[in-house]
Design a protein around this ligand. Structure first.
Ligand code: C5P
Length: 406
């Protein structure tokens, strides 16, 4: 979710395609359209056939002073509505409410109506405000599709928890129109403060081969590093994301992904990319040890046991810390289980970081594989603890800090 900073009116003159789908929350879309227009935005509504069952196009066109688009062709004169033109016209597309069905179609490119077709042609940032019953929202299919949309760089405005049209209570209520407007205002307020900067980010685990079918790995999901890449890219930075093997997708025109597997491959990619970079954020959980030799064929189950001899890997962070020029910034991470602050401070100095982000395995909701994180930022001036937040919000906090240092 996007941070909700208080902002000035950044929607003035913005062209917004507002997509409305068939959810009971469609009645709130009229209030939403009105609120966007009051902020000075120009709103073009695209509605699905099911959306029209919940709110009439007449209400919407009266509010927006524009005909509502629903069909591929205008009914009366047969004029073609160009989704491509809409995709180029808009400064943002907002789909509110977004049903499970529309979210699924968007995730998989099922362009059987004007709204999804417009979405697929959209050049501008896309915001999605889901609205549905709690069980539909919680279903793995919906969650998976939302994850896919996130990986396309779309911004999901999480639904709120409360009473639903079914009279059940749970998560699924479309976020209130004024909150949605706030999210969009805050998005447009975000300056392209990292434009012209090149940032190397390492993310995910490394796999150290034992034999052709086995490896030593770790639980890192890459979520924190990918959220950092997205946050830097949104602010205009050119990002080189050096990623270990993860199950995440990311696509943003500013992000170039370099896939690696082992600590040695990550070292080579990161060291080479850092030479031309303004900053490095080292978020990967790099193996500290790797097998001395890799068996050429699958190791057989023989004898009483197996002893693997491991040798240390090269410390990417320490190498970059050493080669760092005065104009470059280097940010590290520390995941500690005991004497966290002391260990983190020691790493800050030893690896020559400008600041270090500490996440503790002792905090619930922090660390590997979670969608949330609770961090403490430590630099030479002091220690700043942050509350538990989503990894995207945590990424925004870290990138705020980085941007201030430039
Ligand atoms: O020493 P430790 O592994 O705890 O340090 C963590 C920090 O160092 C992280 O920022 C991690 O990405 C980085 N690191 C690295 N290369 C290694 C080991 C750790 O870049 N081989």
């Amino acid at each position: 979710m996007i941070g909700r900073r208080m902002t000035m009116n950044t929607l003035q003159g913005k062209r917004i395609v507002l997509g409305i789908t068939g959810s009971i929350a469609a009645y709130k879309a009229a209030v939403l359209a009105r609120a966007l227009i009051k902020k000075g935005a120009e709103v073009q509504i695209v509605i699905t056939p099911a959306g029209k069952e919940f709110i009439t196009p007449i209400t919407l066109s009266a509010l927006t002073s524009k005909p509502v688009i629903s069909e591929f062709f205008a009914q009366r004169d047969g004029t073609w509505h160009s989704h491509v033109d809409l995709g180029l016209w808009a400064d943002a597309m907002l789909i509110a409410p977004a049903t499970a069905s529309t979210i699924g179609k968007m995730a998989h490119g099922v362009a059987d109506n004007m709204l999804v077709t417009t979405y697929l042609s959209m050049k501008a940032p896309v915001f999605v405000a889901p609205a549905m019953d709690l069980d539909m929202f919680a279903h793995p299919s919906t969650q998976h599709n939302l994850e896919i949309l996130r990986s396309y760089g779309n911004h999901i405005i999480e639904p709120a928890t409360g009473e639903l049209a079914s009279h059940l209570t749970g998560k699924g209520r479309m976020e209130e129109p004024e909150k949605i407007v706030e999210v969009m205002e805050s998005f447009f307020a975000r300056k392209q403060e990292l434009a012209g900067r090149r940032i190397v980010i390492t993310a995910g685990p490394t796999y150290e081969k034992i034999d052709p079918v086995r490896f030593i790995g770790n639980y890192s999901s890459g979520k924190m590093g990918y959220a950092l890449a997205e946050s830097c890219a949104e602010r205009g930075a050119e990002v080189i994301l050096v990623s270990g093997p993860v199950n995440l997708r990311i696509s943003h025109p500013n992000i170039r992904k370099v896939d690696v597997e082992s600590a040695a491959e990550m070292y080579d990619a990161a060291v080479s990319a850092f030479k031309e970079a303004d900053a490095g954020i080292l978020c990967a959980a790099v193996a500290d040890f790797t097998p001395e030799t890799v068996a050429g064929s699958k190791i057989k189950r023989e004898g009483d046991g197996l002893t693997l001899r491991l040798k240390p890997t090269k410390d990417i962070a320490a190498a970059l810390g050493q080669q760092k020029r005065a104009s470059q910034l280097l940010i590290g991470f520390a995941l500690e289980t005991n004497e966290e602050i002391t260990h983190a401070k020691e790493k800050l100095a030893r690896k020559n970081f400008d600041f270090i982000v500490l996440n503790s395995l002792n905090d619930k909701g922090a660390g590997f594989r979670t969608d949330t994180n609770k961090i403490t930022i430590i630099d030479r001036q002091g220690i700043t603890p942050y509350p538990l937040k989503s990894k995207k919000e945590v990424a925004d906090d870290i990138v705020d800090r980085l941007a201030n240092l430039f």
